[in-house]
Write a new protein. Structure first.
Length: 262
């Protein structure tokens, strides 16, 4: 069994042991998920999250009962992009290996650079500078890019660059993303499990070709978008659990993602 597989097995065993005995060792859990509501941010061309109350009140038998229905696009709020999203024949969301979604995480912080440039691209240099300070990016890790954009959520104007909706609004999108050259560098030089960030897309808002999506997804690497609370994480020394709704054949889906600090 590989070292990475052993670590994941130990993490999962640790969690279930704690549940079984009602006790866990001291640890900090950080929720990296934005709640889904009528404020949830979706792409300008997508419909937003809708919650319909089907029942909420006392029944004629004397007990309270609540049930709702919801409708949502796959890609909105904190969600996962499956490789199928931009790579024909690659895994759909239900086919993504859990090995990619339960793994150690790292944070590459480009917040100061992004604050000066809403269209900032996380570069190869950003990744290699991280390695100079923290060591080589290990195989199987989940790389989280902290641009600082999470502080704007759910203000559409500040977060997306526009609060308009429809196809015409796409040209007005401004937020940071991953440089395609950096995506290619990760694919060719590091065997990461997944990548995520605190913006609406792994490609920056002004992208027209979505090259980072295409490069990553062709290599089977899923992307986690609109990730919350990255400012609460250290640069390394934590585990990520990123479990999406298991939609058969889905190109993506709502994601509940947490970090467990060691």
């Amino acid at each position: 069994m590989s070292l990475m597989r052993k670590r994941k097995s130990l993490l999962i065993g640790f969690l279930f042991a704690g549940l079984a005995f009602g006790q866990t060792a001291p640890r900090k859990i950080v929720d990296l998920t934005h709640s889904f509501s009528d404020q949830t941010i979706y792409w300008p061309t997508a419909e937003g999250f809708r919650l319909k109350v089907d029942a909420a009140g006392m029944t004629d038998k004397g007990y309270y009962y609540a049930a709702n229905s919801f409708c949502a696009a796959e890609h909105g709020g904190t969600h996962i992009d499956a490789p199928l999203h931009f790579a024909q024949g690659m895994p759909s969301v239900d086919q993504i290996s859990l090995e990619r979604l339960v793994a150690p995480g790292i944070v590459v912080d480009v917040g100061q650079k992004a604050a000066r440039d809403a269209d900032y691209l996380v570069s190869v240099q950003d990744l290699t500078e991280w390695e100079k300070k923290n060591g080589k990016i290990a195989a199987g890790v989940i790389v989280l890019l902290r641009t600082g954009w999470g502080k704007f959520y759910p203000d559409r104007k500040k977060y997306l660059g526009t609060d308009r909706r429809g196809a015409e609004a796409v040209a007005e999108l401004h937020f940071p993303g991953l440089d395609p050259a950096a995506a290619r560098w990760l694919v060719e030089n590091r065997k990461i499990g997944a990548i995520g960030l605190d913006t609406a897309s792994i490609d920056r808002g002004q992208s027209q070709l979505f090259e980072s999506h295409r490069i990553l997804f062709k290599a089977g690497i899923p992307a986690l978008e609109n990730v919350a609370n990255l400012d609460a994480l250290p640069v390394k020394g934590f585990e990520v659990i990123a479990l999406p709704m298991k939609i058969q054949g889905g190109s993506g889906g709502p994601l509940r993602i947490i970090a467990i600090l060691r």
